[in-house]
Design a protein around this ligand. Structure first.
Ligand code: PLP
Length: 445
């Protein structure tokens, strides 16, 4: 699952005791394990090796460039959804040929940049990306016209909406019929027929992304079958589809052993695609959460223990501004003290642990919103001001969705590698908060 373990009542990330780390770095802090990140990537790559896929880690899930670098060093590509993420991927040294670009709202500037048109504006290699994952016909037309103007040659896949409901919450179910993403299969067929051989933007690929945290292989199988039907229909039209991008969506273990292993996902999907891949269909995967979620914990300090009637609130220095998933999706994160008495070492990560002396608590943050909680009615060992809590499986959509709401500076990020811990993003200071609030300047109409 990951490299965060209790030893004699103390939580370690690989070889680093997390209470020592927090004493030096402060809280709230996101802590990542390099071994977990790269171990997940390696196991996923091994499971899908028969398809020789291009694996593009989904930058949005955890986007610190040092996290990206540790994956890029193993040959991992990147899935980006904005010019900012594209810049991060390039800064991390990922070659353009291993970058795919999705998202429903690409701007002209982002498109030109992805085509290699930053005109030396950056100090980084801006080689054209491997593929645009196009979400609509107007978007295709805009990218094609920019490519024409630049005399560039882009490659695109059309995102197909397969009308499949999947994902842990309605907000992350992106393959449902009513969602804003992609186009219906019939429209995709027509677009590929028209534009597969277009000189400046060949549209000969199919992109899928059903949703996130899909702890079941069946929706993937159904989507791949639909995509293969479309590929066969296009073959009958005389058009060869060259790439099938399956998107992301594999689940993470928020509770112990809840998600299928990579070999289970691969066992369901590889047989459907093996011959196609051997015949030249390029398979692309865009995993995010399954790589990064369990690779991170969030460390937070208890500020107050507040008793209100029958309720016990554990007020922490992290909250919805640091980790929004509980407030936004009602998501579960295992929360536990980083140092506990031997009888309180958690035997597994689960919502209800049956250990002696636990008391139900709401773990809340400092933000002025009732949605500001990390856990509700959670049985926890006795806690006091100053105790350190770990919020587990917080590597994905944690720091990347963190905000400065209520003017809280963003947390620090630390990457552990063995017994070495390195700060990979310094904690913001109160001064950082107002950096861009300049003396008023007249707008030069
Ligand atoms: C197009 C696309 N690809 C990949 C992902 C990554 O999903 P996950 O983190 O569930 O693997 C997302 C997530 O929203 C996405 O929108």
């Amino acid at each position: 699952m990951d490299s965060f373990r209790y030893d004699d009542g103390e939580l370690f990330g690989e070889g680093v005791r997390l209470t020592d780390l927090a004493a030096h770095v402060g809280t709230p802090t996101y802590v990542y394990s390099a071994a977990t990140l790269t171990g997940h990537y390696d196991r996923l790559a091994a499971a899908f090796a028969p398809l020789r896929p291009l694996i593009c880690y989904s930058v949005k899930s955890c986007s610190n460039i040092h996290v990206l670098r540790s994956l890029a060093a193993r040959g991992c590509g990147m899935d980006v959804v904005s010019g900012g993420e594209l810049r991060r991927a390039r800064l991390a040294g990922v070659p353009g040929e291993r970058i795919v670009f999705a998202g429903v709202g690409k701007t002209e500037r982002e498109i030109a940049d992805a085509l290699g048109g930053s005109a030396g504006a950056h100090e980084i290699d801006d080689a054209p990306i491997a593929q645009f994952n196009v979400e609509s016909e107007p978007e295709y037309e805009l990218i094609a016209s920019i490519a024409r103007t630049m005399n560039a040659r882009g490659v695109a896949a059309i995102r197909v909406n397969p009308a499949i409901e999947a994902g842990h919450h309605a907000y992350v179910a992106t393959g449902a019929a009513h969602s804003k993403f992609g186009v219906p299969p019939e429209h995709a067929r027509e677009l590929i027929r028209r534009f597969a051989h277009e000189k400046h933007l060949s549209l000969a690929g199919i992109h899928l992304h059903l949703g996130s945290s899909i702890a079941d292989t069946a929706p993937f199988v159904e989507a791949v079958r639909k995509a293969l039907e479309l590929i066969d229909a296009l073959a009958r039209d005389g058009v060869t589809v060259t790439a099938l991008d399956l998107g992301g969506g594999f689940a993470a273990d928020y509770e112990s052993d809840t998600s299928p292993s990579y070999t289970e996902y691969a066992a369901a999907l590889v047989p459907l695609l093996r011959e196609r891949a051997a015949a030249g269909l390029r398979i692309i995967l865009e995993p995010g959460r399954t790589i990064s979620a369990n690779a991170g914990v969030l460390l937070t300090r208890v500020l107050y223990v507040k008793l209100t009637g029958p309720k016990k609130y554990i007020v922490c220095d992290a909250g919805m501004h640091t980790l929004i998933r509980p407030a936004l999706y009602g998501s579960f994160h295992f929360v536990w003290p980083a140092a506990v008495a031997p009888q309180h070492e958690p035997p597994r990560r689960a919502e209800r642990l049956d250990l002696p002396g636990l008391e139900p608590c709401d773990v809340v943050g400092p933000v002025c919103e009732s949605a500001d909680f990390l856990a509700r009615e959670r049985p926890l060992p006795p806690l006091a001001r100053g105790d350190l809590l770990a919020v587990f499986s917080a590597g994905a959509y944690g720091m990347s969705m963190a905000s400065r709401y209520n003017s809280h500076p963003l947390p620090a990020e630390v990457l552990i590698d063995g017994s070495r811990a390195r700060i990979i993003r310094r904690r913001e200071s109160p001064e950082d908060l107002t950096l861009h609030e300049i003396e008023p300047e007249d707008v030069p109409f």
